[in-house]
Write a protein that binds this ligand. Structure first.
Ligand code: NDP
Ligand code: 13P
Length: 317
């Protein structure tokens, strides 16, 4: 089956590189710069050469002829991108590669695909993996979630590569919640580390953050085992412990009181605000998410956010 990746950021480029080691792949960019000549994405993923079967294009009509379409644009851009290109994309298998919750609607990627492309088969690819690791051929394992079980199997086979091992599930809600929420917890973990509060505090936040993820997921009818898998716990551990993560680095900057480049893709920032609103709407207690939303909206600084967490009433674990 032919494959195209739409969106040539770090993740889209890395996926295209890995997939191109087993067959032809189109990589669409709205501005491909010198990628086709340099055979490298010098802006987003420097030092990772393109295999010969990777074809760079700015013609979305061409790329969208593929059977399987991976969409790797940031979450808050997904709806606009799909709506603008619905004529090319509707009816296809659309695999969202983004992690987040839409700020305006509180929806995840699967619902956004359903709302914009009525006849598409939506899926999501998510889990612990830095683009640079995938592109360098290092071993990674991700979750492929698709409510259509047969299509899920087809996608799992088509998108597994030598260094990208895919597990599949039909629980799309669990998969997208895990990927979205781990970024919020990673901001919190970065903040405590940046503020010098120590690794014990980070372990506590990671664990209580996981409890929040499970609480929201249960409320939204996700399966617990999905949250415990690669797309939830797996990605939480990676993102909360590595300075390769942009979400974690934003947290570090909060903790150190340093500026952060606002053009960097940090999905947890909008997602914290979206999930905080969702929690209030559903009457759920998600204190770490609320604290991160407070940091993002400049209502709290790290010491006051920590105080808000540590002075909560004592309760059973
Ligand atoms: N980087 C990583 O290691 C991983 C990232 N992800 C997820 O992948 C998603 C994308 O992240 P990532 O690739 O890292 O982000 P980057 O910041 O590296 O790149 C974002 C890409 O999206 C493109 N883009 C932005 N807005 C639009 C739009 N409206 N229409 C078309 N293209 C657009 C940008 O184009 P332009 O260059 O022209 O601005 C750029 O190529 C995120 O949800 C992230 O959480 C998941 C796993 C790993
Ligand atoms: O999702 C990722 C790792 O699985 C990438 O994390 P960041 O978006 O925080 O860089």
């Amino acid at each position: 089956m032919s494959i195209a990746v739409l969106g040539a950021g770090a993740f889209g480029t890395a996926l295209a590189i890995s997939l191109a080691h087993k067959g032809p792949v189109s990589l669409w960019a709205r501005d491909s710069g010198n990628m086709a000549q340099a055979r490298e994405n010098t802006k987003r993923l420097p030092g990772c050469p393109f295999p010969a079967p990777l074809f760079v294009t700015e013609a979305i009509a061409e790329a969208a002829k593929a059977d399987i379409i991976l969409v790797a644009v940031p979450m808050q851009k997904l709806r606009g991108f799909l709506a603008q290109n619905a004529g090319f994309l509707d009816g296809k298998a659309i695999v969202a590669c983004c992690k987040g919750i839409e700020l305006e609607t509180g929806l995840g990627p699967i619902a956004v695909i359903r709302e914009t492309l009525a006849h598409a088969v939506p899926a999501i690819l998510t889990g612990p993996s830095f683009g640079a690791d995938i592109a360098r051929g290092l071993p990674t394992a991700l979750t492929l979630a698709c409510a259509d079980a047969e299509m899920g199997k087809t996608l799992q086979t088509a998108l597994t590569t030598e260094n990208l091992r895919l597990y599949r599930t039909t629980d799309t809600i669990g998969a997208e919640l895990g990927g979205a929420l781990k970024n919020v917890v990673a901001i919190a973990c970065g903040a405590v580390m940046g503020a010098g509060l120590g690794e014990s505090a980070r372990a506590a936040l990671l664990t209580r953050g996981f409890a929040e993820m499970q609480r929201l997921a249960k409320h939204l009818k996700a399966r617990p085992e999905t949250l415990a898998g690669l797309s939830g716990f797996g990605d939480l551990v990676l993102t909360c412990t590595s300075a390769q993560s942009r979400n974690y680095r934003l947290g570090l900057a909060f903790g150190e009181n340093l500026p952060f480049d606002s053009t960097t893709t940090v999905e947890g920032a909008a997602t914290a605000r979206a999930v905080d609103a969702l929690a209030r709407e559903h009457g759920l207690d998600l204190p770490i998410t609320a604290a991160v939303a407070g940091l993002i909206e400049n209502r709290l600084d790290v010491p006051s956010a920590m105080k808000s967490l540590l002075t909560r009433p004592l309760k059973e674990e």
